[in-house]
Design a protein around this ligand. Structure first.
Ligand code: PEP
Length: 251
């Protein structure tokens, strides 16, 4: 039985006081929730203050990105060890904005996943098709290729650290949500592929989140799908009441 996992991606939002207030509000609201794993992923510069606000709560901390090298001349990048040092448990890797705005490739994402696992972080590995892929009928092909390339060389033991997040790019931040059936179809395809790659037992244990305009009003129907094990939430994770409502719906 997979424990539901909901993560909030704050993207490039909040400020110092707002980030702490959001974290403290969630810590308080969710103090009695223990049937759902919850994480928030603030901007790098607020990780430490958010970590302090979340200490002794059941909300974990994650980063929105990570670099695959250990240290050195990589201006502007953040290592796994630095993230561990700020109490991060998770790292979002391969978010569509990293892929399509910052130009990250499958090869870079693969190196990041590998470095994160070796460095003791739990990757939230994002995949998802563009609108033109969906309209052209190549969704499964595109997502399958992202999964295979992203997990290349990751062994069966290591892959158990990974959460996959299926995020159709056309649904992220647009207000358009995949229907529960569309989400389930791709999630089932991903689980089938994980079964081919790693066997049934491991594939059944890996959590697959849906992301793309998830909000309180569509949480229950998305989570009712057998292969939807959680949500990666952008906009709706920026308000305590919305994010907490989604988690309580799942709990
Ligand atoms: C995301 O950033 O991963 C996301 C799903 O954003 P939103 O919920 O705003 O669509």
């Amino acid at each position: 039985m997979r424990k539901p996992f909901i993560a909030g991606n704050w993207k490039m939002n909040t400020d110092s006081a707002g980030a702490v207030a959001l974290a403290a509000g969630l810590a308080k609201e969710l103090s009695s929730v223990d049937t759902v794993d919850v994480a928030v992923c603030p901007p790098f510069v607020y990780l430490q203050s958010v970590a302090a606000a979340l200490s002794a709560s059941n909300v974990a901390l994650g980063s929105q990105n990570v670099y695959f090298e250990e240290k050195g001349a990589f201006t502007g990048e953040i290592s796994c060890a630095m993230l561990k040092d700020t109490s991060c448990a998770y790292a979002i890797i391969g978010h569509s904005e990293r892929r399509h705005v910052m130009g990250e490739t499958d090869a870079m994402i693969n190196k990041k996943i590998s470095a994160a696992i070796s460095g003791g972080l739990l990757p939230i590995f994002c995949v998802g098709e563009l609108l033109e892929d969906r309209q052209g009928g190549t969704t499964n092909e595109v997502v399958a290729s992202q999964i295979k390339n992203g997990l290349e060389g990751i062994c069966a033991e290591s892959v158990q650290a990974v959460t996959v997040a299926y995020e159709p790019v056309w649904a992220i931040g647009t207000g358009l949500t995949a229907t529960p059936e569309q989400a389930q179809e791709v999630h089932a395809m991903i689980r089938g592929l994980l079964t081919e790659l790693y066997g049934n037992e491991i594939a059944q244990a890996i959590r697959i989140q849906y992301g793309g305009s998830a909000k309180p009003s569509n949480t229950a129907e998305l989570m009712a799908q057998p292969d939807v094990d959680g949500l990666l939430v952008g906009g709706a994770s920026l308000k305590v009441e919305d994010f907490a409502a989604m988690i309580k719906t799942i709990a």
